[in-house]
Design a protein around this ligand. Structure first.
Ligand code: URA
Length: 425
């Protein structure tokens, strides 16, 4: 049978199942420049409407993985386990979790990215430490996993290269929000990274990519299915992202908060989520350890220090404070009925902590500290948020984004628990 792009697009447009051969042909030919962008755009839109079944999705993901390099982590003396979060406001969990799980005896290869829009990227946070290197060779990753047990570094450009091309195309064709395309994009990179086990933190709510719980559950089930099919032990935890995680949103502010948690303190929600994800990761690789104890006895913090030093950073580096710090105060007395994660994320972004385009730079010091939680009673004039910026124009942009971020009235809100549901195969 001869295969051509028009027939494949037509099949998916009409809701038919694509053969493994057709999927491999179109993705590989597109990657090699032999399928036009407008043809791949049409196929993505057809998938957006008609989806991919489990077999199509596995093949789609396989081809993406096989389009590039795969890191080999076999032969390490510790089992490997990673975590991926779909991204939220104030989500600094990776910085704490990687050294914590390493302190418990596993190896954690956290290959991460930079942030875009209102959610921050893990690398942006550590980039705030002078001398710290995000780019490591595969040999360096392996060596650090063996010696320290944890690496947080940039995902190599050689992994799943088709994903990069497809992601850019999805971005300009309104096809990002397709569950099979999101699931294959995330999982192809995580599987190529070579981890044996994976815990997915799928965020749900106002500040998350997935606003709706049913869609988040479907995404989680789809990713768990792909991981399991590829021999990676995978579970997903649905977690609440209606409100920001912890107090700090912004690069250096989040590193400071992470260190507090690593030293046994910090906000309770950040600690609780880190411990829950650590327990899930350790269970997948059969290690029985007590992560909460490792936060309290200093072992996790010690591992964090080794992880930062191994990549050229100074773990004792004191971040310079933002040159402009001001508070936003309650306009009236009442109850904090809504603290909007998306609103807070946008304020931090406008203050300079995030980027609008991939090429933009971010400020280390800029961000927000959230001084109240939903359900708190506040007095008129009580500080609600602390805004940090490097210059007046960013401070003004942050002030302009305040509207709607916090609602104060006399109604006690119904709070959603942080840990919503664990999804297993
Ligand atoms: N993150 C990814 O890596 N891919 C997606 O499609 C969405 C979020």
């Amino acid at each position: 049978m001869s295969i051509n792009a028009v027939e494949i697009i037509g099949s998916k447009r009409d809701g038919r199942v694509l053969s493994n051969e057709a999927i491999a042909w179109i993705l590989n030919t597109y990657n090699a420049g032999g399928v036009a962008e407008e043809q791949m755009s049409s196929l993505l839109m057809a998938i957006f409407f008609n989806g991919l079944n489990a077999e199509e999705l596995n093949t789609w993901t396989d081809v993406m993985i096989n389009s590039g390099e795969r890191l080999s982590l076999s032969g390490l003396s510790r089992p490997t386990v990673d975590k991926h979060s779909t991204g939220g406001v104030g989500d600094k969990i990776s910085l704490i979790l990687a050294p914590l799980v390493a302190a418990c005896g596993a190896a954690v290869p956290q290959l991460s990215g930079r942030g875009l829009g209102h959610t921050g990227g893990t690398l942006d946070k550590l980039d705030a430490i002078p001398g710290w290197r995000a780019f490591l060779s595969n040999e360096e990753v392996r060596a650090q996993l063996e010696s320290v047990g944890a690496v947080i570094c940039a995902a190599g450009q050689g992994m799943a290269p088709i994903d990069r091309k497809l992601y850019s195309l999805r971005d300009v064709t309104a096809t990002v929000e397709s569950i099979p395309l999101i699931a294959s994009s995330i999982m192809s990179k995580k599987i190529a990274e070579g981890t044996e086990a994976l815990v997915l933190d799928v965020k749900v709510g106002r500040g998350a990519f997935m606003k709706d719980r049913d869609r988040a559950r479907t995404l989680a089930q789809t990713m768990v299915g792909i991981g399991t099919q590829h021999g990676v032990k995978t579970v997903a935890q649905l977690t609440n992202m209606d409100v920001p995680l912890g107090i700090a949103a912004g690069n250096a502010l989040e590193v400071i908060e992470s260190v507090e948690v690593l030293r046994g303190g910090g906000p309770q929600d950040v600690r609780d989520l880190t411990v829950a994800l650590a327990e899930a990761m350790l269970e997948l690789v059969g290690i029985s350890a007590n992560p909460a104890e490792m936060l309290d006895n200093g072992k996790a913090y010690e591992t964090y220090r080794s992880m930062i030093s191994a990549q050229g950073g100074d773990p004792d580096y004191e971040f310079p404070k933002a040159t402009r710090i001001e508070t936003y105060e309650a306009p009236q007395a009442g109850i904090v009925n809504r603290l909007d994660a998306l609103g807070v994320g946008v304020i931090a972004w406008r203050l300079g902590a995030g980027r609008a385009r991939k090429e933009d730079s971010v400020s280390a010091a800029a961000g927000v500290r959230v001084l109240v939680r939903e359900g708190d009673s506040v007095e008129k004039g009580q500080p609600l948020l602390e805004l940090h910026a490097d210059d007046d124009s960013h401070m003004q942009a942050g002030r302009d984004a305040l509207s709607g971020s916090i609602l104060i009235n006399d109604e006690t809100p119904t709070l959603t628990p942080l840990l919503i549901e664990l999804v297993r195969k």
